[in-house]
Design a protein around this ligand. Structure first.
Ligand code: NAD
Ligand code: UD2
Length: 317
């Protein structure tokens, strides 16, 4: 890894969102200038640091003009803009497809025209579906079982096409279940940790879909931002350009609730409902490739991550 040139400017699509805002902060901390492209559909202006090194373009990443405007002067791209919900993609496959795949193609096409040095793409553990026993490896079988997962996998295929055909260098990171400060907690589509932490703070009951024994690989957002920044800084071409980004540790929902009760010091009432259609049973990353290629692997334990989240919730109240 090397310090980036002074002329470096990174476009972060979805930079006003949960993960994007942490990536913007991490880049600014490395003294890198940033352009944010966001339609503010789930992102917030307050998430974007008020800093003269940040340029904000408001627009749809699936449209040509805002993407062309935003990529002007940029050397690298982190493409995060998407509708980040499996459940929402089940309810609205056509509505989510535009942001989850058309935007990726629009961004890639502009990367080709501009001659971008590297694109880092947010793929998802969802591409595995239930195809492998955990921990899942990048070379093992895939079984995307929802429109969200299908769009993410198609995005990876487009990355490969643009790299092989036009020489657009890219890295696809398959994020597992990311959590941490600024994750939206008041939407029916919110991630399970943000929802459960909010319910715990309110003294309300949580709903567990299924028996609660499904496992997830919860990865702290600060670690995700650090890995993305390392991918931007990486010298040369990594031997693998598709990598899992998880903690490597499985946690089932009942264990998660025990940990939340511990951290919040309250008992959380549980109700059980039918499993979600398309829900993956077990999801844990093998992070060997990430360790070998980027060397920046997640280190934050679930308890440490939950504690930092709890202190944010406490400050807000
Ligand atoms: P988020 O909703 O907080 O961020 C997405 C951002 O993209 C928002 O600011 C939203 O306003 C913006 N956006 C959406 N559609 C857009 C469009 N068409 N044009 C411009 N901006 C648009 O979600 P997040 O959790 O920060 O997710 C970021 C990325 O990471 C997404 O691609 C998501 O699929 C991926 N991902 C997230 C997780 C996770 O656990 N949160 C896991 C795997 C992959
Ligand atoms: C998927 C992807 C993740 C990311 C995310 C979109 C997998 C394994 N993970 O996350 O990488 O792309 O989509 O942001 O595909 N649940 C409850 N009660 C609730 C809410 C959720 O029981 O109130 C369950 C849910 O059924 C699932 C688990 O909690 O089994 C996690 O759900 P989630 O919505 O936080 O994320 P998930 O795994 O669909």
């Amino acid at each position: 890894m090397s310090p980036l040139a002074a002329a470096t400017r990174v476009l972060v699509t979805g930079g006003a969102g949960f993960i994007g805002s942490h990536v913007v902060e991490a880049l600014l901390a490395r003294n890198v200038a940033v352009t944010v492209l966001d339609d503010f559909s789930s992102g917030h202006e307050t998430n974007v640091p008020d800093d003269p090194r940040v340029r904000v373009v408001r627009g749809d990443a699936a449209d040509h003009d805002p993407v062309a405007d935003a990529m002007d002067g940029c050397t690298h791209v982190v493409h995060l803009a998407a509708i980040a919900s499996v459940e929402r993609s089940m309810n609205d496959p056509i509505g989510t497809h535009r942001s989850n795949l058309v935007a990726t193609l629009q961004v890639l096409e502009r990367c080709r025209v501009v001659g971008i040095e590297r694109l880092v793409y947010a793929s998802s553990a969802a591409v595995y579906g239930n195809a492998q026993l955990p921990p899942v490896t990048e070379s093992g079988p895939l079984s995307p079982s929802t429109p969200y997962a299908i769009d993410k996998l198609a995005g990876e295929s487009y990355l490969r096409f643009y790299e092989h055909t036009y020489g657009v260098p890219s890295i696809a990171l398959r994020f597992f279940n990311v959590y941490g400060p600024r994750q939206v907690s008041d939407s029916p589509y919110s991630g399970v940790i943000s929802l459960f932490m909010r319910r715990a703070a309110e003294g309300a009951a949580v709903t567990i879909h299924g028996d609660g024994l499904q496992t997830r690989d919860f990865v702290y957002v600060g670690d995700v931002a650090a890995t993305i920044t390392a991918c931007i800084e990486l010298e040369g071409t990594p031997t693998s350009t598709i990598m899992n980004l998880g903690s490597g540790t499985p946690t089932n929902l009942l264990e998660l609730l025990d940990a939340i009760e511990d951290v919040c010091g309250t008992r959380v009432e549980r109700t059980f409902a039918a499993p979600r259609p398309g829900d993956v049973r077990h999801s844990v990353a093998d992070v060997t490739r990430l360790r070998e290629n980027v060397r920046q692997i997640p280190v934050t334990t679930l308890m440490t991550g939950l504690r930092s989240l709890e202190s944010v919730h406490r400050r807000v109240e």
